[in-house]
Design a protein around this ligand. Structure first.
Ligand code: SF4
Length: 114
C-alpha cells in the first residue's frame, strides 16, 4: 500500500480511514507541499528552525500536530513541533559525546577578618 505524505497529516489515518487531502484542506496549498521535504527531517538546528517557520504559516498546523501526536511520529517536524521517538522535544541532541559534568568544588567557609 502506498501512502501519500499528505495523508499522513490527517488524524485518523492510522485507524484505517483514507481521507484525501482535499477533503480536509479544501485544496489550500500547504507549505510542506512546495518546500523540500528533507527540511522537515533536518538534522541541524537551522534546518529544524526553517521547518518550524514553514509550519507557523500553515492553516493545518493544529490538525497536523494532533495527527502527529496520535501517530507518535518517530521523527521530523510536524505541526510546528519537533518529534523524536514519538515525543515532542525542544531540540535534537547534537552529535558527539555529551558534555562532561564537572562537579563544583564544595563551598568553603571563609573567615572574615575583623
Ligand atoms: S503544519 Fe507543517 S508539516 Fe503540517 S501540514 Fe502544515 S506545513 Fe505541513
Amino acid at each position: 500500500m502506498s501512502v501519500l505524505f499528505s495523508e499522513l497529516l490527517v488524524p485518523g489515518w492510522a485507524d484505517g480511514e483514507m481521507i484525501g487531502l482535499g477533503d480536509v484542506t479544501g485544496e489550500v496549498a500547504l507549505p510542506c507541499h512546495s518546500a523540500d521535504p528533507e527540511i522537515f527531517f533536518a538534522e541541524d538546528l537551522p534546518g529544524v528552525a526553517a521547518a518550524k517557520a514553514l509550519c507557523a504559516g500553515c492553516p493545518m498546523v493544529s490538525a497536523c500536530l494532533q495527527g502527529a501526536l496520535s501517530r507518535s511520529e518517530p521523527c521530523g517536524v510536524w505541526g510546528g513541533e519537533l518529534f523524536v521517538d514519538g515525543r515532542v522535544v525542544a531540540a535534537k541532541r547534537t552529535v558527539g559525546r555529551p558534555r562532561r559534568i564537572v562537579e563544583s568544588e564544595p563551598v568553603r567557609e571563609v573567615a572574615l577578618a575583623s
